[in-house]
Design a protein around this ligand. Structure first.
Ligand SMILES: [Zn+2]
Length: 278
C-alpha cells in the first residue's frame, strides 16, 4: 500500500444469529484529502506513518457508518476517473493545491480540479472542513471558492465563543443545542455567497466575542450548505482544535452531514443568506 494513502477497510459488524436478513447494498465511499500546500494544521499532520488526529477520527466516523474511507495527501491520487468512485469528497487542505507547497506531497492537476467541479455539479457530495476554505484562494474568487461559498479571510487568537444553530431541521444540525460555546480558532470568511446559493446553518455570535476584530461584526456564517449544480456541498469553518474533533457533537455533525452529502436523507438547501446578512 502506498504510504501516502490509507484505505480503511470497511468495518464489518458482528453477525448475530438473528433471523433478520441484512439488506445488501454497496458501501458508500468517502475520500478525505488532507494535503497542506499552505499552513499545515496539527490535526492533519502525521507522525511517520501514523494517521493524523483528524484522519483517525474521520476513520472512526466512517467505520461507524460502514463507509469505506480513503485518506490521501497525494494530489495526484485525485484523477478525474477516480473522483467519480466516491460518494463524498472531503477537503481539509490549505493553499494552492496545484503546487506541492508546504507538505511537498504531489500537487493536484488542473484537470483533476476541473473534474472535481464537474463531479459535484453532476450530483456529487463535497465537504470542506475548517482550512478547506483556506484553499485555492484568489482575487477575483476562484471557482473553488464559488463552489465552497466563501474563502478564509483571517482569524484572531483562540477564544471561547458561541455558535447559534439557525436551521435545526437540517440533517447535520439535528440534536445540536440552539446555541453553545467552546474554545476554537474562529475563521472569518470573505467572497461569501458569490453563487447566491448559501444556506446558513450555524452563525458565529461575533457581537458577544472578546476581540474587537469580531465584535464589530454582525453574526457570521460558520457552517453552511449549498447546491452546486446538482451536487451537495457542506462547509464548516470549525475544526482547528484536537478537542473540537473529539467532541461528540462535532463527530455527530459530520456523521449526519454525510447522510445529506450522500443523498441518503433530504435537507433543505435553499438559499437563506439574505435573511441573516445583507
Ligand atoms: Zn486553523
Amino acid at each position: 500500500m502506498n504510504r501516502n494513502h490509507c484505505l480503511m477497510a470497511l468495518a464489518i459488524a458482528a453477525l448475530t444469529l438473528s433471523a433478520v436478513t441484512p439488506r445488501v447494498h454497496a458501501a458508500k465511499k468517502v475520500l478525505y484529502f488532507t494535503k497542506s500546500s499552505g499552513f499545515e494544521h496539527s490535526v492533519v499532520a502525521r507522525q511517520g506513518d501514523r494517521m493524523a488526529h483528524s484522519e483517525r477520527i474521520m476513520a472512526e466516523i466512517c467505520a461507524g457508518k460502514q463507509v469505506e474511507l480513503t485518506i490521501t495527501k497525494d494530489g495526484s491520487y485525485l484523477t478525474p476517473d477516480r473522483l467519480r468512485e466516491f460518494d463524498t469528497i472531503v477537503f481539509y487542505t490549505t493553499g494552492n493545491l496545484l503546487e506541492p507547497g508546504t507538505d511537498k506531497h504531489p500537487a493536484m492537476s488542473q484537470e483533476a480540479l476541473d473534474a472535481l467541479f464537474a463531479y459535484v455539479k453532476d450530483g456529487g457530495g463535497f465537504m470542506a472542513i475548517h482550512a478547506g476554505t483556506d484553499t485555492l484562494r484568489s482575487e477575483p474568487a476562484s471557482e473553488y471558492t464559488k463552489m465552497v461559498g466563501g474563502t478564509f479571510r483571517t482569524h484572531g487568537a483562540q477564544e471561547v465563543a458561541t455558535v447559534k444553530v439557525v436551521d435545526p431541521n437540517f440533517p447535520a444540525m439535528k440534536g445540536l443545542p440552539v446555541e453553545f460555546a467552546f474554545q476554537e480558532e474562529w475563521y472569518l470568511h470573505q467572497q461569501i455567497n458569490l453563487g447566491k446559493d448559501m444556506r446558513v446553518l450555524m452563525l458565529l455570535d461575533c457581537p458577544n466575542m472578546k476581540q474587537d476584530m469580531y465584535k464589530e461584526l454582525p453574526p457570521q456564517p460558520m457552517t453552511w450548505c449549498s447546491n452546486y449544480g446538482d451536487g451537495r456541498v457542506f462547509v464548516t469553518g470549525i475544526g482547528h482544535r484536537e478537542d473540537v474533533w473529539e467532541a461528540p457533537w462535532f463527530k455527530g455533525m459530520l456523521d449526519k452531514a454525510f447522510d445529506w452529502t450522500f443523498g441518503d436523507v433530504d435537507g433543505d438547501a435553499s438559499p437563506n443568506f439574505e435573511k441573516f446578512l445583507k
